[in-house]
Design a protein around this ligand. Sequence first.
Ligand SMILES: [Zn+2]
Length: 448
Amino acid sequence: MQDVCSILSVVFGSFTGMSALEIEPPSADGLAMRLDEMLAELAGAVTDGSPASDAARIDRIARLEKLRAATAALQATESVRFAQSQVAEQLAADVHPDAIGRGIAEQIGLACRISPTTAARRLNTARALWFELPGTYSQLVTGELSERVAEAVVSETRHLNADKRRQVDQQIKTAGIAQMGFKAATAAARKVAYEADRQGYLQRGRTERKHRRVGVRSAPDTMAVLSGYLPVEQGIACYAALRQHADSAAASGDGRTRDQIMADTLVERITGQTTAADVNIELQLLMPLDTLINPDDHSAAVIPGYGPLSSQLAREIMTDSKGRKWWRRLFTAPQGSSKGPAPIVGGDPTRRYFDGWLTQLIKLRDQTCRDPFCDAAIRHIDHITRHADGGPTSYSNGRGACARGNLVREMPGWHIKLIDCGFHGGPHKIIITTPTGHHYLSRAPDPP
Ligand SMILES: [Zn+2]
């Protein structure tokens, strides 16, 4: 595997170290070329310090605002046309009916440098504007309406069928939505949309309950935000229960603030622990070897999925918690080493699936899905060169992928190639090629 890696490193040498955007060759398309010229002109205007009157500056600001809307409109149109053409191609290629449409949002996401989930949402908005909200869409094209208001109209009319949606679209255009502020425009759209189909509006609320979920995201200063998207009565019941407990604890002389009691009670009730701080910990720390050797070295350790954490704080958490502890440390080579990250690699390369410690190592290396801009949690470890094509189940040939990323690579026209196994001083790198022939570089994050 290392030999293959070395050869590919030479072949793709010009790619390594470049961002995803920089490996894109210039476009030969006429409109794309004119847009490139416009971008250059805009960039030139930024550095151009020649004098202009304040009236002229306001004229420029107003037109740039219109340009934003018009750009959003054209991008929506191009996205809809791209999706139609891709579906036609997939049908012609006899793609399984369940998989039709897969990979379209992913390609838009890569092009726009946004996650596939965000791209899918944009594509849905684009379709709604294009097919069912022609009045709103035409005002976006001319720059009379902002993209934000157009998105609000899409969202407020979600429960309507195509005919009713078109009817509401006309009504709000006539009502002068383009002249309203954001809040007033949203309220106007909601009111007309509710009156057009009251039953559907109610049903939409019921359907939304299927989307209940829990999430966690990192916050600054070694904190995290745990969220629950819940039916309103359940959300309020949870909050009221915590508040009630905090009130009675505070009344009996608990020294913590009410907010602290509520937060601790939330953790205790969810985990079943008696004390919030006693969490069962599997802290996976990726830390430089220097930190282990030198107790005075305070360089950061990394918690995968969160980011850097000071090694001092990591030590405190491990020492103070009375819960069960697993502390898995993966040491990286001392800083300045020419060999780069050199984790201990286990696993049997002939195995069909990634499991055990090898999975942990790849997750530690990749931290999130390796599709550029995706940021989703790793759900699968994927073979970069497929097992069926002789790809080994190894550290270098594994790639962390989210649920949808794992499925998309099986679609026609998608190729993934290893170009740097990560053992030669640089990070692990792969090149993703999409059905339109665009290339995107995916690079493992730098170890601390
Ligand atoms: Zn992904």
